[in-house]
Design a protein around this ligand. Structure first.
Ligand SMILES: [Cu+2]
Length: 216
């Protein structure tokens, strides 16, 4: 799922933030010559909180459905049609705040890899020799076997509880059974405060500056 973000556009409500995936290949925006204000991301959608988010939806192939289950947002994406939707992320619902609110202690004696496989650790957990078993920001492993081993190592090291939080609490998914790739048609949503979002845009613009040297 490719999405391009543009800060400018034809405003219906003031200060709105546009998300548009019609122009996936280049992120071109007809309201901005050269698409200078566009940022193109894959599998990640960054949104500001407390602002109107305006999404212009369409599809290049079959009918999909743009859904953000946690925000109760859902709209079909239909080839040949552009369907606008808008919503607002509550001011306080930044990714960082949500992750902090969802941080919990888990009992290693009852820990189950399958249930915790999308969580990451908030702290380093070490064995008796000081070797890190579960690193801050790390997860329990990619497979049931790895996870079970890691949980066992934590128990053996005398770690009774581990503090975990979801790797990312928000995602946009396709809610239409659209084809063989349906199961992986999703993107992480990262929500920022208005100021944090402006900073993110600034950083993206910096990264996109390409030095062509003497070629031109
Ligand atoms: Cu789909």
């Amino acid at each position: 799922m490719g999405l391009s973000l543009s800060g400018a556009g034809r405003h219906i409500r003031p200060n709105r933030c546009e998300v548009d995936y019609r122009h996936k290949p280049l992120g071109l925006d007809e309201s901005s010559p050269g698409a200078a204000d566009d940022i193109y991301t894959i599998n990640e959608m960054h949104l500001p909180t407390g602002r109107d988010i305006y999404v212009r939806l369409t599809s290049k192939d079959v009918i999909h459905s743009f859904a953000i289950p946690t925000m109760r947002v859902k709209q079909d994406a239909i080839p040949g049609m552009e369907i606008p939707i808008w919503f607002e992320v509550k001011e306080e619902a930044t990714t960082e705040t949500l992750k902090a609110q969802m941080t919990k202690d888990y009992d290693t004696a009852k820990a189950d890899w399958y249930r915790l496989r999308h969580h990451v650790s908030v702290e380093d957990y070490r064995d008796k020799s000081g070797q890190v078993i579960l690193a801050k920001g790390g997860d329990l492993g990619a497979t049931h076997e790895d996870g079970t081993k890691k949980i066992k190592a934590l128990q053996d090291a005398g770690v009774a509880t581990i503090k975990l939080q979801p790797r990312n609490p928000l995602e946009v998914v396709c809610a239409q059974l659209c084809g063989n790739s349906h199961f992986k048609m999703k993107a992480q949503i990262i929500t920022h405060t208005a100021a944090g979002f402006d900073k993110w845009i600034e950083e993206q613009n910096k990264e996109e500056e390409v030095d062509f040297g003497d070629q031109f």
